[in-house]
Design a protein around this ligand. Structure first.
Ligand code: NAD
Length: 432
């Protein structure tokens, strides 16, 4: 059961969203974009805030704040995950929806950006309470979302079963047995082959594409990975298979470091039986370190694959890796970004590095609509071509216009979004 609290249009943002808006301002200046475009993109198109009321197992009722934001839909229906996390806020959801707008444009997908979330600690819910919450979210937003309007996907703590409950609820409400409005579905429920490791694979492909430009030798390069969940683990596995030495990984239990290298599969087996990576053994003397130490290790590539704002002005000066592959969304704050860029660190930005997930989600949407299903190799081939094309385009802007990789990615995405805004007419047209 749900109670609508407010329909907000362009709520006054602060914090993370200000940083995002600053990235937009810089990209608009670099491209000399028409002010109409900046005016449109600096605010979300619409955000719906609701309170979800669910019955707990003990018979009581509890309220949870929830949001869904459709940031911009000029290039197509909005697309973005739903996050269940105690720190979810309006500011975070609108920022993530802004990033999705640019990520979809960078990947050249026919989508705008959206995001949703519920302020909840899922570890404190039983499985039946979690199911009621997942279904309540869809009930609340059923008229806001849709296959041609706003498409949902998994995000933090919304795993396969949560997405299956959401898909099932949407199917009951709409009478559509296979909901195209939600991607990341289990394969038996219309999901696509190749989605599980798609985000990690996209980042891996971007890094491999840039190897010669970055003077990276896979046989010698060392990698530290923060966050050993879906993205961090698959990233470690793919890089390790190509010769990269994974010297450190971490999760919420702590971090481990082994200069002689770790085997990602063995670490994952240890994590499964011990609820964390700490205690896993590598090829040499494996020691436990803190999460802060992992970020500051002397390695060639640092991969933040856990949370936002892990590298800030406080620790940026101590980061020694010359290359950062941003697999999490927003792991480097704006002031840290300036410090690292000044120091010569190359940051492969989130809106490019982790765009593999939404690229394959687009293929799920296409397959659901056509009723024809691809095999894993076709999905991977498509992802490989997309990542190579867009990574090359961003790299070319980075070198030709002397932009950071982040600025280059924003400029690349903005060009495409601006074209779609301008195609509908700007002030210049009406002044003719
Ligand atoms: P996940 O929940 O599977 O894994 C997250 C991992 O981070 C877990 O191992 C957790 O223990 C660890 N972690 C949490 N706090 C930590 C800390 N302080 N230090 C070190 N590790 C910590 O999530 P995921 O799907 O792998 O996503 C990781 C990041 O990638 C998130 O920021 C997510 O938004 C982003 N992302 C994911 C996808 C996707 O398709 N899964 C797509 C785009 C972006």
């Amino acid at each position: 059961m749900t109670t609508e609290v407010a329909v907000q249009q362009a709520a006054e943002p602060a914090g993370m969203f200000e940083t995002a808006r600053n990235n937009l301002r810089i990209a608009c200046e670099k491209l000399n974009i028409h002010p109409d475009v900046f005016e449109e993109l600096q605010s979300p198109r619409e955000t719906l805030a609701v309170t979800l009321l669910i019955r707990m197992d003990d018979g009581s009722r509890r309220a949870f704040k929830a949001w869904r934001c459709r940031y911009n839909d000029r290039r197509g229906p909005t697309k973005g995950g739903v996050r269940f996390h105690p720190n979810v806020s309006l500011d975070e959801i609108e920022t993530l929806a802004f990033w999705m707008t640019f990520k979809c444009a960078v990947a050249n997908l026919p989508f705008g950006g959206g995001k949703g979330g519920v302020c909840v600690d899922t570890k404190k819910l039983s499985a039946t309470e979690l199911e009621r919450l997942s279904r309540a979210y869809i009930e609340a937003f059923s008229s806001f979302i849709g296959p041609d309007r706003d498409i949902l996907a998994p995000d933090m703590y919304t795993n396969g079963i949560v997405i299956a409950w959401m898909s099932d609820e949407y199917a009951s409400i709409t009478g559509e047995p296979l909901p195209t409005a939600i991607t990341g579905k289990p394969i038996a429920f219309g999901g696509t082959a190749g989605r599980t490791d798609a985000t990690a694979r996209g980042g891996y492909l971007a890094l491999r594409h840039l190897e010669s430009s970055l003077n990276l030798d896979p046989e010698k390069a060392t990698v530290a990975i923060q966050g050993f969940g879906n993205v961090g683990y698959h990233c470690a596995k793919l890089l390790h298979a190509d010769g990269y030495k994974i010297v450190a990984v971490s999760d919420s239990s702590g971090a481990i470091h082994d200069p002689d290298g770790l085997d990602p599969l063995a670490v994952m087996e240890h994590k499964h039986s011990n609820h964390g990576v700490t205690g896993a053994k590598g090829h040499g003397k494996t020691r436990k370190i803190s999460n802060e130490e992992l970020l500051e290790l002397d390695c060639d590539v640092l991969v933040p694959a856990a949370l936002e704002r892990q590298i800030t002005a406080e620790n940026a000066g101590r980061i020694r890796a010359p290359i950062i592959l941003e697999m999490a969304n927003g792991p480097v704050s704006a002031d840290a970004d300036a410090i690292l860029t000044e120091a010569g660190c190359v940051i492969i930005p989130d809106i490019l590095a982790n765009s593999g997930g939404v690229t394959v989600s687009h293929l799920e949407w296409v397959q659901n609509r056509s009723g024809f299903y691809w095999d894993g190799s076709r999905v991977r081939d498509h992802l490989k071509t997309t990542m190579a094309t867009e990574t090359q385009a961003v790299w070319a802007l980075h070198t030709e216009l002397n932009l950071s990789m982040r600025e280059a990615a924003y400029v690349h995405g903005l060009r495409r979004i601006a074209e779609s805004v301008e195609a509908r007419g700007t002030q210049a047209y009406f002044e003719q």
